[in-house]
Design a protein around this ligand. Structure first.
Ligand code: PLP
Length: 427
């Protein structure tokens, strides 16, 4: 009956430090957020003790009368949050997280080595959309399926729908995937639907990043056009770490069977409860106001960075994030990320169109969901732009003070050719 503090002070202390870190700086990682006390209460509840393989009313274990109620409530709220008709759409709330959810969709709809097409990772797509490099198939989505990613138009920083269409008509994927992890613009779902229909493919949207904005009608609605929609629940949605798969009713048995028994065992009922209470919050006017503010803040930050002379991919944003191209400043994303860490601003390095090195991407991704939860408005985000501006100046000063001198000094020390080549790429 001891609290964590009493039972394990060493671990308690680490978590307290992480809490201080999270609340003690400017959190700009586009995929992160601060979830509520109510969600945390669900995560730490007795629901974590229960096994409940199967679906509500059809379980492989006894004692599931309350678990059934939790999961059914979560399903109903999920459909309601996205305004979906239960006759036409089904939902599975059991996926442990976004990556398994996507693989579950592929398992349901594809045979091994069938083809998929999603946005390339260096263009902002996610690993699970079929990513591989010239050297290696890194993601299970490219190991078990054949993938041909589509790209951005390098000039505009937007998806090149014409090239996508040409490529799709040659490659004939069975699933066309849209949605991304680092794309600052909305999607042309009508065009994607037409392409998918022309080639007889399923259209899948992975709205992990921006599902909270979709449910609040701040972005266009993929459900009008897609066969399957997946989302994580911990990004703009602000819930616990989990995921949801929405599917057209006729795919119900295949999707449910892919989640369990094909890929998962017992559902994480404490997470499902956390998702359920977060979906209740999504339906409130307060949350919708939050979603609108996320985008207003994103635009305010983007405008201020542009007026300070910086370059954003596609010259702005429609959603909760922007991609900042640091190549005009002569900085890499790695360096800027480190300097920001040192001044308590958290963001992440990210590739930008035209990057030549995956090791040292030329930009960073910046998002507003977390700090909007903490109450920041457009004026506050203009101030954030000036903190970032200062961090750029510091980065340039560090580069100026150490870069050349150190490189000249090290150049005099003999080293092998491979290391020399790597250093040239990285520094
Ligand atoms: N899909 C997209 C678009 C994502 O951005 C992410 C995570 O960043 C995922 C899927 C995977 O989610 P998870 O990290 O929960 O596996």
């Amino acid at each position: 009956d001891q609290s964590l503090e009493q039972a394990d002070p060493e671990l308690f202390d680490i978590i307290e430090h992480e809490k201080c870190r999270q609340w003690g700086g400017i959190e700009l990682i586009a995929s992160e957020n601060f979830t509520s006390r109510a969600v945390m209460d669900c995560l730490g509840s007795c629901l974590t003790n229960k096994y409940s393989e199967g679906l509500p009313g059809k379980r492989y274990y006894g004692g599931n009368e309350y678990i059934d109620q939790v999961e059914s409530l979560c399903q109903r709220r999920a459909l309601a949050a996205f305004n979906l008709d239960a006759q036409a759409w089904g939902v599975n709330v059991q996926p442990y997280s976004g990556s398994p959810a996507n693989f579950e969709v592929y398992t349901a709809l594809l045979n091994p080595h069938d083809r998929i097409m999603g946005l390339a990772l260096p263009s902002g797509g996610h690993l699970t959309h079929g990513y591989y490099t010239a050297k290696k198939k890194l993601s299970a989505s490219s190991i078990f399926f054949e993938s041909l990613p589509y790209q951005l138009d390098m000039a505009t920083g937007r998806i090149d729908y014409d090239a996508l269409e040409t490529q799709a008509k040659l490659f004939l994927p069975k699933i066309l995937i849209c949605g991304a992890s680092a794309y600052p613009r909305d999607y042309d779902y009508a065009r994607l639907r037409k392409i998918a229909t022309d080639i007889g493919a399923y259209l899948m949207a992975d709205i992990a990043h921006f599902s909270g904005l979709v449910s609040s009608n701040v972005l266009s609605n993929p459900f009008e056009y897609c066969d399957v929609v997946t989302t994580t629940t911990h990004k703009t949605m602000r819930g616990p770490r989990s995921a949801i798969i929405f599917f057209k009713k006729e795919l119900e048995d295949r999707i449910n069977g892919a989640v369990f028994p094909a890929l998962q065992g017992g559902p994480h009922n404490n997470n499902i409860a956390g998702v359920a209470t977060q979906l209740r919050e999504l339906a409130t006017e307060e949350y919708k106001e939050y979603a609108r503010q996320v985008v207003k803040n994103s635009r305010a930050l983007a405008d201020e960075l542009i007026s300070l002379g910086y370059t954003l991919v596609s010259n702005g944003t429609d959603n909760h994030l922007m991609l900042w191209d640091l190549r005009p400043q002569g900085l890499t994303g790695n360096k800027f990320e480190k300097v920001c860490d040192a001044v308590r601003i958290t963001l992440n390095k990210n590739s930008v169109p035209g990057d030549t090195s995956a090791l040292t991407p030329g930009g960073v991704r910046v998002g507003t969901p977390a700090m909007t939860t903490r109450g920041l408005n457009e004026d506050n985000f203009k101030t954030v732009a000036h903190f970032l501006h200062r961090a750029i100046q510091i980065s340039l000063e560090i580069q100026e003070a150490t870069g050349k001198k150190l490189n000249d000094f090290l150049a005099a020390i003999p080293e092998n050719e491979k290391i020399k080549a790597l250093k040239q790429e990285v520094f």
